[in-house]
Design a protein around this ligand. Sequence first.
Ligand code: DGJ
Length: 699
Amino acid sequence: MTILERERLWVLQGERSAYALGLNDEGDLVHTYWGARLPYADDYPAAPSGSGWASFNGPGQTLAEEYPAWAGLKYIEPCLKATFADGVRDVVLRFERAQIEDDTLTLALRDAVYPLAVTPLSRRPAEHVLIARGVVTRKGGQTPTPLERVGSARWHVPAALARRLSHLTGRWADEWHLGRVPLARGVTRLESRRLTTGHHQHPWFALDDGHADEDSGQIWFGALAYSGSWALTAELTDFGHTRVSLGVNDWDFGWQLDPGTTFTTPICVGGWVGAGFGAASRALHDYTRDNVLPHRGARHRVLYNSWEATTFDVNEAGQAALAEIAASLGVELFVMDDGWFKGRTWDNAGLGDWTPDRVKFPNGLTPLIERVNALGMDFGLWIEPEMVNPDSDLYCANPDWVIHFPTRERTTARNQLILNLARTDVQDYLIDHFDHLLRDHKITFIKWDMNRNVSEPGWPDAPADARELWMRYVEGVYRVWGTLRSRHPQVIWQSCSGGGGRADLGILRYADQVWISDNTDPIARLGIQEGYSQIYPAVTMEAWVTDMNLGGAPLPLDFRFHVSMSGVLGIGADVRHWSEAERAAAARWVALYKAIRPLIQYGDQYRLLPAQGRDYSALQYMAKDKGEGVLFAYCTQMRGRAMGDAPYPTIRLRGLLPDARYTVEGIGGVRSGDAWARIGFTLPLGDLESAVRRIQRVE
Ligand code: DGJ
């Protein structure tokens, strides 16, 4: 990536894409281009002057402003809204200077009258995607400036080319549904008001002209790296412009910007590809693996998790028995889930008291950990640090540590309340406590859970505006997590919030993996995993083989393994009930997974035949050097195929070198990459049958 500077025009140029913005004659900072890289620097358009439309729309309404504040005749969604001490409520931003340093373009803006600066408004180009963030600073004066909205970025997409919005929605145990809807005139708003990212909507968008598919078409996409309440607005204006904003949610938002202080927004990433939704996902996968994840390049171990087998009924002997079977299957990491700490026999007690339960573990956790290690496995543990049950020692000692309004009843959900992590004393307590837990035990994996959303969002002793809770809580979570990470670098962390309630590019700076749904039914899981793959790479997606089948008896074991093997394989079934034959089959699949996991965790992913809403799907991973790959195919229902009235879909491989020659396991012949891609082949599968086939390049 390079940054070109022409007179009053800046172009962020990648190998294939480019983004341009400039200053017009009136001094407005205007977006001018986002799309394919153009041959010459002079090709990029200069910033146009704004033109109004009758008396009802001033230039601010029609210009593609890079970071609009609410002022004048602007009725569009602004990025910035504030109130000055004298009651003036519009912000008139003037360009001050641009600065290019290494790979960052910093643009400094300043209010025409008041000492408020938006500086830097930076766009840092990476290989595939752009990174944007806004920073607002109160320069001088004596009085604070309340901020009411501060967006991270505004993305402008060329008129007429961005008329369809792809987004992800869901609910608990039913996350990651991909929707594609035509953009209506006006504002489409997606958001979370829950204090976390949420299961329900996702801070991500993809825009296309309505005709793109997995392999073709221009896609403009973006995502917010933030784990709290967020908002996305996609506005199709009366003048046919499409503008997308992402940032911290301004719902119940408040921030007192004191003189000499700075407010920094979360990062927002955006990108353009010319080759369909698959290419957009791969760009985000690469970006996440190369720039976001804390343990870059880590090869994730096959784990066993106790939750679905034992729920809260854990004890030393029972977990050791599970561990023995897990080890015989080839599992590398044994994770004890909920139920291990003081008083935790059900979900109504114990959260907050993070010491091993004396009845279940009379000699603490060490004997179990040593047993697990002796079996050749690492040990991992479940925690839920942000939560407290009213029935706990911690709550009895510190009832004011929870988020609450003093005169209101404290609404529990799953019998728990939320500790106020905006408070530094609460953060310090958690850091100290979990630091000791990790120091005193040989633990190499932590699953960090969070099982409710906020209610009564009060902070009685808040030093300033109590609504700062929304952001300061998230900063508190990041501080606790980041401190523990830096003190215990050997630990791999998993983010869970009742499944996929806190999955985002913000938490992935702290968590290496995500537990993406509590729904482990393999048929449901096909769609859930596919939705998640729109943004996040498979290396972050923990996927257990369990006995769950929402429709009745467990599905064939091979099918269950094949679904989970397309992510980071884990086992969460009650393996005590698996037959010898099932255990032998499981051991074979675990061994195969270990051989192919570099492809799945670090290769390129292709959704060959999408799963959501279909009964036959196929997914491919290809090594970056294109020498090797693996294909997964799943048939959930055969319908009329046996009668010959609905042929099996043709599988056309992707990502192969066109002239190189390849074999596909179980399919005869050596063919060129081009032939596998153009002619393809069929893979007949019956009801609930699936296949894993390796792809090899031959000389
Ligand atoms: C919700 C998680 O998603 C489950 O996997 C499990 O860890 C339970 N919490 C434990 O309470």
